[in-house]
Design a protein around this ligand. Structure first.
Ligand code: GLU
Length: 412
């Protein structure tokens, strides 16, 4: 119900008098239903508290703590000095599209033409464009849970219905069998995110093949979010579902960004490759919403994709050490059970043994122990919390010590 504060009196066109004007909500129904991004909110809150001098450990940030590499920064400085500071084509500069095509060929065994690629203002923007051009009111989008908070909101913003596949029943692993149960004649797409934010779990080749088969057979699209592809630990390596055959390639939009891979979260460059018709619709949408992604950031992203890649192995090694440490420690805590994540930089422990749900746990932890984590509720898993290990080992140790004491205090 709208309160008096939320409404304005408007004069209707036609034969109503001003006095008879109807009460109209200020905020559109479409926007009023959007929840704020809890991941961004927690990250901002932890940063703010730190600024205020509060000794807080923030496990919220979904961004690497490494600095953006110097060669990438230099490319941006050069772009500014050379005056590359004006509009570019709305869908991105051809050189960067070519670098994306080369990268997809080199790393993902995928062949795309420039007209099948679009550059957007970050991975989130790429996804937003996809949802807007693919989903109509009444369509269904299959969303495996736990899911990254933004997918659900973007599906709803597009007027479609998220059809949840509960992965907690399958050890946080996505299976074709569980997807099958929610397919209907309204299914338009499936969100595939491997490695996953927030669980860190991956989907292996055999399962990917089965999922691809379902998409082709039931004629729905796969939105493949591959932003964590470089962060897979152990012997597995990433496989792009679109590379499994021509049929599935036609039904897939592969989405990626430079944000996580190159520690460029603030530069806001994401990209997609997929069927020309879909990319064209996304470009049209983009041309009327944001226009081009930042010209300087595009030059930086070009250097990121074409420049040296060797440091990525070192970063992965560091993340892996933190991952192992964190999972071992979490599993020693009272009431906590953590499945070992296979990729990305998140641990997603089950906290049900503490007797608390995620919101209460998170609020008490912040208040009493000055540790910020993200509640699982907004990821569709109220028995879990998310901890990012994209922070220094020193802070991980300090934060986990506090968390351990907090868990002790709950049972005591
Ligand atoms: N994707 C990151 C996260 O999940 C960044 C924050 C956001 O955009 O949601 O923390």
């Amino acid at each position: 119900m709208s309160s008096r504060k939320d409404i304005i009196k408007v004069k209707q066109k036609g034969n109503r008098s001003k006095e008879e004007g109807i009460l109209m909500p200020v905020i559109s129904k479409r926007a009023a239903g959007i929840a704020p991004s809890v991941t961004l909110a927690i990250t901002a809150k932890a940063k703010q508290m730190k600024k205020e001098g509060i000794d807080i450990v923030g496990f919220g940030a979904g961004e690497p703590d490494f600095d953006t590499p110097d060669n990438i920064k230099e490319a941006a400085k050069k772009a500014i000095d050379e005056g590359f500071t004006k509009y570019t084509p709305a869908s991105g500069i051809p050189e960067l599209k070519q670098a994306v095509c080369d990268k997809l060929k080199r790393e993902n065994n995928l062949d795309y033409k420039l007209s099948e690629v679009i550059i957007s203002c970050g991975g989130k923007h790429s996804l937003y464009n996809i949802m807007e051009v693919l989903l109509d009111h009444g369509d269904e989008a299959i969303l495996p849970a736990p899911y990254w908070v933004t997918y659900e909101e973007q599906i709803k913003m597009a007027g479609a219905k998220p059809m949840i596949v509960d992965m907690t029943e399958t050890g946080l692993k996505l299976t074709a069998e569980s997807i099958k149960r929610v397919i209907s004649d309204r299914t338009k797409l499936l969100i595939l995110n491997t490695p996953s934010n927030p669980t860190g779990m991956t989907v292996e080749e055999e399962e990917l093949k089965k999922i691809a088969h379902l998409a082709v057979e039931h004629d729905f699209y796969i939105v493949s979010d591959e932003v964590y592809e470089h962060l897979i630990y152990g012997d597995n390596s990433h496989i792009s579902i679109a590379s499994l055959g021509e049929d599935i390639k036609k039904k897939t939009i592969t989405m990626n960004a430079v944000s996580k891979t190159y520690s460029m979260t603030g530069w806001r460059i994401g990209y997609c490759a997929g069927p020309e018709e879909i990319i064209k619709a996304m470009s049209n949408l983009q041309s009327h919403s944001t226009s081009n992604p930042c010209s300087i950031a595009q030059k930086a992203a070009l250097e990121a994709l074409n420049g040296p890649q060797e440091f990525l192995a070192q970063w992965r090694k560091e993340f892996d050490e933190r991952r192992k440490y964190m999972v071992e420690k979490l599993n020693q805590m009272k009431g906590i059970n953590c499945i070992e994540p296979e990729g990305a930089f998140y641990a997603f422990p089950d906290i049900s043994g503490t007797g608390l749900k995620s919101m209460e746990f998170t609020e008490m932890l912040l208040d009493e122990a000055k540790v910020a984590v993200v509640p699982g509720k907004d990821f569709g898993a109220d028995n879990n919390i998310r901890l990012s290990y994209a922070i220094s080992m020193e802070n991980i140790k300090k934060g986990l010590e506090r968390l351990e004491k907090f868990c002790e205090s709950l049972s005591g």
